[in-house]
Structures are given as structure tokens and as C-alpha cells.
Design a protein around this ligand. Structure first.
Ligand code: NAG
Ligand code: NAG
Ligand code: NAG
Ligand code: NAG
Ligand code: NAG
Length: 619
């Protein structure tokens, strides 16, 4: 890892009391200060996806949830000392995607006793809380009570598991007054118009919710100093937040609004107007979003509101170097009793789950988005050149094509030990492989193209035949449960820094630490750590490996097989069937069968690593 060349701060060498014992120690770098307000400050997390132990292979994001608890405690103290306020917000997708959550039975057995110790003032559900009925039932029975007043569900209902009656998952909105400044806040908690939920929850489309009487009454509430809209909703290019913004502005043209968003896993900050801003705080416990507001009115009437309040933001890299700095603490003063206890609980859960069990050692880094494809440091290339052929060659008798969607992979493989934890990070999906036998060679070979760049054309034609509404709903259901991390290709405003120089305001040295270089509506100074930019590359949706035939040598030749068996990740079955239909090959779900004895991508990768990557004792 290139990080390792940068000198470690000796200060941290003996630290054992916080973060996870195996976490790499943070690296010194130039930091920008957080724009602390003497009025109202926020910390924001989103899309943590079970990474509450922090990143154990990336020093830059190696602090854990216990450290976050200590950090919030220090900032709360600072707020009390200043007569200011600090509020915490979390906007969902706390589950799925990391061994700490996924490896236990039931899933999440340890997560919620860890999470609940942070005092969060406003919290929402993400889509991941709703894929399985048992997950949303647990939200209702455990998480909502854990966060008492904080959990808000403005457009989300659940069939109560005991009474089977449909009811709000949590309260629809919350009005409260901050402790020190007595700022009167009215908070909502939304989820984007999601359709892939299990049938025990109902997500009401935002356009319906804003017509409801309770919402119309809420936005007309007198004496509100700030509307706080939290949601598992992107802050940019989202119909949902635009509708909510317009609805509030139509009756409260002047009241400040703070949006907190998520879902797209990016750092972003959007200006809606002079008094309305939204922040989105990344993913996977890499980022703690910081937002501050000055110049709000309050119940004390001792502040004369500025013509426009000042909103400012910082994206804090979640490591102890940053957290110590922003809380003006040191190794000896940082961790609180509770923070240390929570770090210890995380460590003990990881031990119980044996997340550090090593299957093999990666000889180099393999990147999901940080390498071009194909390339010898591309994870997709490793998969389609090595892992898939090595796995399927001995299993299959007939010429076959194995198609996997890149969305089935979530994260890079770092040089060094490949552990139980890595296994869940790289591919947490539980769907196995399926197959369709004896597909005519030509169409079978064209499916990949349709699933990739030509997919648009296929969809347009299918829309023309089947109508948009029906297909749109179907697509929503088909969207991979975990959005693939195509950071730059999703129109994100970070990382597209191939030819951009970040201004070095604090240091004349060129930054050496690769990381986020965010560009948002307030400029380029949002990241607390001054990073060297990382380039993210577009990936194909799907990749394919030929088994027992060679597409090159059979091209135009008489020896090409008449038919191919098509094997694919079960998750994309509907797309494969749709593509085949478009190519004139009618196959139904009944024509498909399980492949590879039900083994999943996670199993495939693990078994391959065990067989191919030895540890030479240097790791
Ligand atoms: C919910 O069901 C899934 C699939 O059966 C299982 O893996 C998971 O552990 C269950 N979760 C809970 C909270 O019971
Ligand atoms: C949800 O679907 C299951 C079958 O998949 C059915 O038994 C149950 O009644 C449905 N629940 C609701 C609330 O519609
Ligand atoms: C940081 O803490 C030290 C004491 O530990 C104090 O002297 C100093 O004023 C503090 N700095 C800030 C910016 O609060
Ligand atoms: C930390 O855990 C210990 C042992 O379980 C307990 O005695 C102590 O009260 C805890 N401290 C805090 C601040 O939660
Ligand atoms: C990757 O490919 C490049 C260029 O083809 C080559 O220089 C490099 O040695 C290769 N690296 C590995 C680890 O195979």
C-alpha cells in the first residue's frame, strides 16, 4: 500500500486504548480546521454499512465507532463551554456490507448494542434496513426504541409484527429546542422512493407524503428557527429533496433549512438557496460530515438573525489523527470511558466472529475502481482471468460463458492477509449462480454487450414494447442491493481530479496521501485532510469468462460451439432473460437452474484465495 511509505506519527505507536488493535496507525497530513460555530454544529454519518470497526487495512479511515463516541463527547463539551450546540444525524444504511454485521447469526447480532451508545438526535432508515422483513422488524422493535425520539420515519410505515396493523415505523417528524442556544428545530426523516422493500414495510412516495395534512401542518408550524431534513436521499439530482425543498419554501420562504443526505456514497454539499444547504457524508465510516450554522434566530431572541445565516461544512477523515486534532485532544486525553468500552466491545465481537481468520495473502493490491479494466491490478481482471476460469473449468463439462456483474463486488483487495473480514467486504452478496443450458452461440455471446454499453438501447426497445411504468418498477426491484462504487461515473463531484490541482492553502508541500479531493458547491476546501487525488475509473456492468472454448479462435470458424451454457450471478437473472428475449431467445425462469451447487461469489473468492495465495510469513 502506498500509504506505508509515508512516515507514521510516533505519537501513536503505543496506542492500544482506542480504535481496533489491528488498525493501522493514522498518518500525519495537513489538515484544514473545522468551521466551528458558536451557535449550531452537526456531525453526520451515513451509509456506514456495518463498518463500525473502521477500516483495518486503510490507515486513513481506521477509527471505530467507540472513537466516534469519544469525539462527539469532546465536541459536546466544547459546545457546552461555548454556549453552542452539537447535534448528531445518521441517515441510514447502517446494515449490510461488513463482517461485523454480516458474519453473525442472526446478522447484526452485535451491531445494535454498539451503535446505541452514540447519542443521535435525528436518525432515518435507509433502503438496506428494508430488504428483509426481519431487518425492518428489528428496526422497529430494537433500533427505534434505542434511539427514542431521534428516529424519524416521515414516509415509511411497517406492519407491526405483533398486531399486523400498518403504522409509522417511527414518529413522522420531531420538534425540539436545542439545549444551549434554544434553537427551535423541526426535523423530518425521509427515504427516497424505494420499491425493493419486503412486503412488511410501505414506502410512501415523497410526492404523496408532502400532500398529507400532518406534513402541511408541520411546515406551517410557527416559531421554527431551522427545518432539518434528514433522509436516505442524495442531496443532488434528487426529485425527492427538490419536492421537499419546494414544499417548505412555498409556505416558509425565509426559514433556514439544513438537508442531510445519503445513498450515493459520496461527499457532497449543495446550495439550494442562501438559507438552505445540504450535506452528504460519504460511506463506510470513512467520513464524518461536519456542518455548522451561524446567525440563526432562536427562542431566546437574544440573537438578531443575520440577513442570511452562514452554513459551512467539512468532511472529516475518520482516523485518530484527524479526530484528535479537531477535538484538541491527544492520545492520552482522547478516549472516554464509554468510547474505550465500545471499542472493546467491537474487538470482542470481531474475535467471536473470527473476522481476522486468514485464508491467504494477496501479493499486491487489486482495485475495484482505482484501476482501469482490464489491467493486472484490476480486481475485475483477477476475477475474469483467474478466479472464474479456475473455479468453473473443472466444474463444467460443456462450453459455457460465465457472466458476473461488477455490482456483485464491493471493495478492493489490499496486499496482505485476506481474512474473513475481507471476504465479506469484497463480496457480501448471498445470491448464488444460476444457469441456462443450450443457448444458441450467437445470442449467448451478445448478452454481455447488451448488459453493458448497449443496455440503454435494449431498455428503450423494451420500454416501447412493455410501457415505462411497469418496467421502471421492475428495474427498481432489480437494482443491486448495494450500489456499485462507481464514484466518478455517477456524476459525483469528487475524485475527478485527473488534471486538477488542489489549492494547497495550509502547506506548501504537495500532498502525498491519496484520498478524497471533493469539489462541491462551496468549492474545493471541504476535505479536512489535504489529499493527493485518486482517480476512479468506470467499470463495465458485467464481465464474462469463456469456459471450454475460446471466442477469439472460434470467431468466424467452423469449430465454434453450436450452443453455450450460460452461467450468471442469480442477481442479474432478470436482466439476462430480458437480454435473451431481446435477442429472440425465449427462456423463462422455469428454464433456469442452480449452478455450482449453490455456492456464492463469496464462496468462490474464498476458495480460490485459499488455493492460490499463500502467506510467506512476511505479512
Ligand atoms: C434474516 O433472515 C436472513 C435470511 O434468512 C438471515 O440471514 C438473517 O440472519 C436474519 N436476520 C435477523 C435479524 O434475524
Ligand atoms: C407478504 O408476503 C407473504 C408471502 O410471501 C405473505 O404470506 C404475507 O401475507 C404478505 N404480507 C403482507 C403484509 O402483505
Ligand atoms: C487546546 O487545549 C489546550 C489545553 O489542553 C488549551 O490550552 C488550548 O487553548 C486549546 N485550544 C483550543 C483551540 O481550544
Ligand atoms: C465500561 O465497562 C466497564 C466494564 O464493563 C464498566 O464497569 C464501566 O462502567 C463502563 N464505563 C462506561 C463509561 O460505560
Ligand atoms: C502489470 O503490468 C505492467 C505492464 O504490463 C508490468 O510492468 C507489471 O510488472 C505488471 N505487474 C504485475 C504485478 O504483474
Amino acid at each position: 500500500m502506498s500509504f506505508c511509505r509515508v512516515s507514521l506519527l510516533l505519537l501513536f505507536a503505543h496506542l492500544t486504548s482506542s480504535e481496533q488493535p489491528s488498525a493501522p496507525k493514522p498518518i500525519s497530513a495537513s489538515l484544514r480546521e473545522i468551521p466551528w460555530s458558536k451557535q449550531l454544529n452537526f456531525l453526520h454519518t451515513t451509509d456506514t454499512h456495518g463498518w463500525h470497526a473502521g477500516h483495518l487495512q486503510e490507515a486513513q479511515y481506521s477509527a471505530d465507532w467507540g472513537d466516534y463516541i469519544s469525539f462527539a463527547r469532546h465536541l459536546r463539551q466544547r459546545a457546552d463551554d461555548d454556549g453552542a450546540d452539537l447535534l448528531l444525524v445518521d441517515t441510514g444504511d447502517r446494515v449490510d456490507g461488513n463482517g461485523l454485521y454480516d458474519a453473525s447469526d442472526p446478522k447484526g447480532k452485535y451491531t445494535f448494542d454498539i451503535l446505541k451508545h452514540q447519542h443521535i438526535h435525528v436518525m432515518t432508515s435507509g433502503n438496506h434496513e428494508l430488504y428483509l422483513a426481519n431487518t425492518s422488524n428489528r428496526e422497529y422493535e430494537q433500533v427505534v426504541p434505542d434511539f427514542k425520539d431521534g428516529y424519524i420515519a416521515s414516509n415509511l410505515d411497517i406492519y407491526n409484527p405483533s398486531t399486523e396493523k400498518l403504522q409509522p415505523l417511527a414518529k413522522r417528524y420531531r420538534k425540539f429546542t436545542t439545549k444551549n442556544q434554544q434553537i427551535r428545530v423541526l426535523a423530518f426523516g425521509f427515504l427516497f422512493n424505494f420499491h425493493g422493500n419486503a412486503n412488511n414495510t410501505v414506502v410512501q412516495p415523497v410526492q404523496e407524503t408532502i400532500k398529507e395534512q400532518w406534513f402541511q401542518d408541520a411546515i406551517r408550524t410557527k416559531d421554527v428557527d431551522l427545518f432539518l431534513v434528514a433522509g436516505h436521499v442524495p442531496v443532488r439530482d434528487s426529485e425527492e429533496y427538490d419536492l421537499i425543498y419546494k414544499a417548505i419554501r412555498s409556505v416558509a420562504w425565509d426559514t433556514p433549512i439544513a438537508f442531510f443526505g445519503g445513498h450515493t456514497h459520496i461527499r457532497d454539499y449543495r446550495k439550494y438557496d442562501n438559507k438552505a444547504y445540504g450535506i452528504e457524508s460519504g460511506r463506510y465510516m470513512e467520513t464524518i460530515g461536519f456542518l455548522s450554522i451561524d446567525g440563526l434566530s432562536n427562542g431566546k431572541k437574544d440573537v438578531s438573525p443575520l440577513a442570511s445565516p452562514t452554513f459551512r461544512r467539512t468532511y472529516i477523515d475518520n482516523n485518530l489523527y484527524s479526530l484528535h486534532h479537531h477535538s484538541n485532544t491527544s492520545t492520552s486525553t482522547f478516549s472516554t470511558g464509554l468510547g474505550r468500552n465500545i471499542s472493546a466491545s467491537i474487538h470482542s465481537a470481531r474475535n467471536t466472529l473470527k473476522l481476522d481468520h486468514t485464508f491467504g495473502c494477496a501479493p499486491q493490491d487489486y482495485w475495484l475502481n482505482r484501476a482501469t479494466y482490464p489491467a493486472n491490478n484490476s480486481l475485475l481482471t483477477l476475477l475474469d482471468q483467474n478466479v472464474i476460469p479456475d473455479t468453473f473449468n473443472p466444474e463444467l463439462a460443456q462450453p459455457s460463458i460465465v457472466i458476473t456483474n461488477s455490482g456483485a463486488l464491493r471493495f478492493d483487495i489490499f496486499k496482505g492477509p485476506f481474512t474473513t473480514d475481507s471476504e465479506f467486504l469484497v463480496s457480501p452478496f448471498t445470491s448464488g449462480f444460476r444457469q441456462i443450458k443450450n443457448v444458441p452461440y450467437g445470442p449467448a455471446m451478445q448478452v454481455l454487450g447488451l448488459l453493458n454499453n448497449q443496455g440503454q438501447i435494449m431498455l428503450e426497445s423494451m420500454v416501447a414494447t412493455h410501457g415505462w411504468e411497469k418496467l421502471k418498477n421492475r428495474m427498481q426491484e432489480l437494482l443491486p442491493p448495494m450500489p456499485p462504487q462507481r464514484v466518478s461515473s455517477r456524476g459525483s463531484r469528487e475524485g475527478q481530479a485527473h488534471d486538477q490541482q488542489i489549492p494547497l492553502t495550509l502547506s506548501s508541500d504537495k500532498p502525498t496521501l491519496p484520498g478524497y479531493t471533493t469539489i462541491d458547491d462551496a468549492g474545493t476546501d471541504g476535505d479536512d485532510t489535504i489529499h493527493a487525488p485518486i482517480t476512479f475509473y468506470d467499470l463495465p456492468n458485467c464481465i464474462a469468462s469463456p469456459i471450454h472454448f475460446s471466442p477469439v479462435s472460434t470467431a468466424g470458424s467452423q469449430d465454434k460451439p453450436e450452443t453455450l451454457d450460460m452461467i450468471y450471478n442469480g442477481f442479474i437473472q432478470d436482466w439476462v432473460l430480458l437480454a435473451l428475449r431481446y435477442l429472440g431467445v425465449e427462456r423463462e425462469v422455469d428454464d433456469t437452474e442452480e449452478a455450482l451447487g449453490g455456492r456464492t461469489m463469496t464462496d468462490v473468492v474464498r476458495v480460490w484465495v485459499e488455493g492460490n495465495w499463500k502467506c510467506d510469513g512476511n505479512e
